[in-house]
Design a protein around this ligand. Structure first.
Ligand SMILES: Nc1ncnc2c1ncn2[C@@H]1O[C@H](COP(=O)(O)OP(=O)(O)OP(=O)(O)O)[C@@H](O)[C@H]1O
Ligand SMILES: [Mg+2]
Length: 565
């Protein structure tokens, strides 16, 4: 209540959200900052503004701007919060979304306590409920960043230091928010840990966990192991995963490469994706999963659940650390145990999120006995990968190395030209076919000067091998890859992009072999139909939906006319 008195004493009509978020300060905007971009995150309550400091080269800043609460609104917010802390009932349905649940409860309490809460107009209640929901069910002042689709991760390195975000367009930039109160900051980290159903304390000062929305979170507590005090990093999970068609749209791979991967995966070839931190290895692996025939049985083995194959016959396995409270330590189950276990499930494909240790040995054994295998590995060169695979603790015999048929190197790169306003992108820099130990055949390489791919499928020994197995001619299999390239190009044009849509379209193709936009003369349902008048004559036209990408040029297609009636 003292805050409210303070407002009144100072006669301030409006408060800033700072008063709702004690212990967090908002940096002032400097006069010379230039606004670069502005967008809405939560309509109409939260906005993001990107500023550039002209004095520091490309010094971008991320400003969160939320609506204000005036003194009366703040009073209602305060009252409602107090009622909430006494009256909030636990949800009976544990699957319910926290924000929806809190909103429902808020409406219930608004009704029950309408006399003591008093009256406000609809918009004011909207503002009050916005702050209530974001503080009870969300991430408080950090909620707009969590909701911002442009943000890949959020990190805080200590008290009185700005929170940093990794923005798709501007990379790592400071925000205008910082924690200034140690108790609030530590409480926030404890709250994060609780959200993830985990525990963090001086006795257990390190945490690696998954938040309910599947964001990955790492944190340290107080000064036990991090000299600057508590810290955290939230790596955001995309609810709508990056599909193979998105990867084509982003330019991560051209349709031809995707068609080549599809043909290989259909024939149970084994892939290894290599790259550095945050290069996009896991996202690429997940996108490739949609190209494995839908009837295959897939087992994923991970430390943190990230993969989400569209297969019905899918067993997700996740490792766990032992419980070490008190004297009764439970057993740890690591990736090695899980890969071993997965063999008992008779899978067609075993997918290991990231290989680091002895599990690589088991994975190669599985591949040697005819299972398909996919994995990622943190490394920058193929030589390095093979050296690690063949030494302790992985210990894979050199003769086993060619069992991993394909290696891809994915990386975050600076682009020679901006693409869709982005200076950086993810690209599959190299694709190798592994013929033998230390004998690799380059199938595709990315040109950093032109942002183009140099692909030569006629060099592919794996496609040749598939052709032999199927009794086909090599040129026939190349033709099939070409047809698939056409289909994927078309899907990118039509923006057939979600993982489910991609799988449906691929299945359809496998059944009918149909690529046309007008199969049997019937236009694809995704085409837009419109009427145009040219020289006084009316025509019916079909266009690509707006916002699709032309994978050949990388341009937005924006309704190009493809047929006139
Ligand atoms: N092709 C892509 N285009 C644009 N953004 C991408 C692409 N691939 C991944 N991303 C984004 O990059 C971030 C990191 O992706 P991902 O987790 O796949 O990387 P990773 O290499 O597996 O990271 P780690 O080394 O931590 O395991 C995510 O936020 C993801 O949304
Ligand atoms: Mg990963």
């Amino acid at each position: 209540m003292w805050l409210l008195d303070k407002f009144r004493r100072h006669g301030r009509a409006r408060a800033i959200p700072e008063h709702v978020d004690l212990g967090i300060s908002r940096l002032e905007l400097k006069e010379n900052y230039k606004l670069v971009e502005k967008y809405v995150v939560t309509n109409p309550h939260a906005q993001v503004l990107i500023y550039q400091d002209p004095e520091v080269g490309a010094g971008f800043h991320y400003f969160v701007r939320e609506v204000d609460l005036n003194a009366v609104e703040f009073e209602k917010y305060d009252k409602l919060m107090k009622i909430f802390s006494k009256e909030l009932e636990p949800p009976t349905d544990l699957e319910v979304d926290a924000a929806t649940f809190v909103m429902e409860q808020a409406h219930r309490l608004l009704h029950e306590y309408q006399k003591s809460l008093g009256k406000l107009d609809k918009e004011s209640w909207g503002r009050v409920l916005y702050f209530l929901v974001r503080n009870v069910a969300g991430y408080g002042a950090l909620d707009p960043m969590i909701r911002d689709q442009q943000i890949e991760d959020i990190s805080c390195n200590g008290l009185d230091k700005p929170i940093f975000v990794w923005h798709r367009k501007y990379e790592s930039i400071p925000t205008n928010l910082l924690f200034n109160d140690e108790r609030v900051y530590n409480d926030f980290i404890i709250k994060l840990a609780h959200k993830a159903s985990k525990h963090i304390s001086s006795a257990n000062p390190m945490l690696d966990a998954t938040l309910p929305e599947k964001h990955r979170m790492a944190a340290t507590f107080q000064k036990e192991i991090s000299t600057h005090g508590s810290s955290f990093c939230i790596r955001k999970f995309r609810e709508d995963p990056i599909s193979i068609v998105d990867q084509i749209g982003f330019g991560t791979m051209p349709p031809k490469l995707a068609a080549y991967f599809w043909t290989l995966l259909e024939n149970r070839m084994n892939f290894m994706i290599i790259g550095g931190t945050g290069a996009g290895k896991t996202s690429l692996l997940n996108a490739l999963l949609s190209l494995i025939s839908p009837n295959e049985k897939v087992i994923t083995v991970e430390e943190v659940a990230e993969l989400n194959p569209p297969h019905e016959n899918w067993v997700p396995l996740v490792s766990r650390k032992g419980f070490l409270f008190g004297s009764s330590g439970g057993t740890s189950i690591d990736l090695f145990d899980l890969v071993k276990l997965s063999l008992r499930y008779r899978p067609d494909y075993i997918v290991v999120g990231e290989v680091r240790g002895a599990e690589a040995f088991t994975l190669f054994q599985a591949i040697a006995t005819g299972h398909g295998g996919l994995c990622t590995m943190h490394a920058d060169t193929l030589d390095h990968v093979v050296k690690r695979l063949t030494s302790e603790p992985m210990n894979i015999a050199k003769v086993y190395i060619p069992l991993m048929n394909i290696a891809l190197y994915v990386s975050r790169v600076e682009l020679p030209f901006e693409k869709d306003g982005l200076k950086f992108g993810r690209r599959i820099r190299d694709v190798w076919e592994i013929e033998d130990f230390e004998r690799y055949r380059v199938i595709s390489s990315w040109d950093p000067k032109k942002d183009t791919y140099d692909i030569d499928l006629t060099k592919s020994v794996k496609l040749r091998h598939i052709a032999e197995l199927k009794g086909l001619k090599f040129k026939d299999i190349l033709k099939e890859v070409e047809r698939r390239e056409k289909l994927l190009t078309l899907m990118a044009k039509l923006n057939t992009r979600s993982q489910t849509e991609v799988v449906r379209r691929i299945q359809e193709y496998l059944k009918t072999g149909e690529i046309s936009l007008f199969p049997n003369g019937v236009p694809d349902s995704r085409l837009e139909v419109a009427e145009v008048t040219v020289k006084g004559r009316k025509y019916k036209v079909w266009r690509y939906p707006k916002g699709g990408y032309d994978p050949e040029t990388g341009q937005k297609v924006g309704g190009r006319i493809i047929k006139r009636g």
